[in-house]
Write a protein that binds this ligand. Structure first.
Ligand SMILES: [Zn+2]
Length: 164
């Protein structure tokens, strides 16, 4: 789409502005507003932290699994961490799982547990198609991808981690 914008906009700045604003209007939303804000300038995963014992929870919880405390605060999780363990998802998960893939287009993908420093480990999809690159302890960073597209064209965005 940026290519079309350049072609059409050269003689007319106004056209360029209109076109770029329409590119920005591609509608997208978080798969779950509780997990992260989207769109956002610098999105991060939303967790909770217990004010009593310091334990983190993701997704955020209203009370602490560790000590039962009910004083929890909202925190953002670090965007970088290390791969703690991983496996490869070799078949299309069953509904309600939705994705852009079908039984015929499915490609295996990595699923891992990522250690986020000073907070906790979370389960996550890995954006790495080559399992040979996955290794325990590897640095990874937060990323976002389109999980599926709704019938009205809205892109539904999910989080993942990729090799840093
Ligand atoms: Zn606690």
């Amino acid at each position: 789409m940026p290519c079309d914008a350049r072609i059409l906009s050269t003689p007319d700045r106004l056209v360029e502005r209109i076109l770029w604003s329409s590119v920005g209007d591609v509608r997208s939303r978080a798969i779950d507003d509780a997990l992260f804000d989207w769109p956002a300038p610098d999105p991060a995963l939303k967790a909770s932290r217990c004010r009593h014992c310091g334990a983190h929870a993701f997704p955020a919880m209203e009370s602490c699994r560790n000590c039962g405390g009910t004083e929890v605060e909202a925190v953002e999780l670090p965007r970088r961490g290390t791969l703690w363990t991983w496996t490869v998802q070799r078949f299309l998960p069953k509904p309600p799982y939705r994705s852009l893939q079908t039984e015929t287009t499915f490609e295996p993908f990595g699923v891992g547990h990522v250690e986020l420093p000073g907070t906790l480990r979370i389960e996550t999809r890995l954006l790495e198609q080559d399992p040979a690159r996955l290794r325990i302890g590897a640095p990874v960073e937060l990323a976002f991808y389109t999980q599926y597209v709704e019938t009205d064209g809205t892109e539904v965005v999910n989080y993942a981690f990729r090799m840093a």
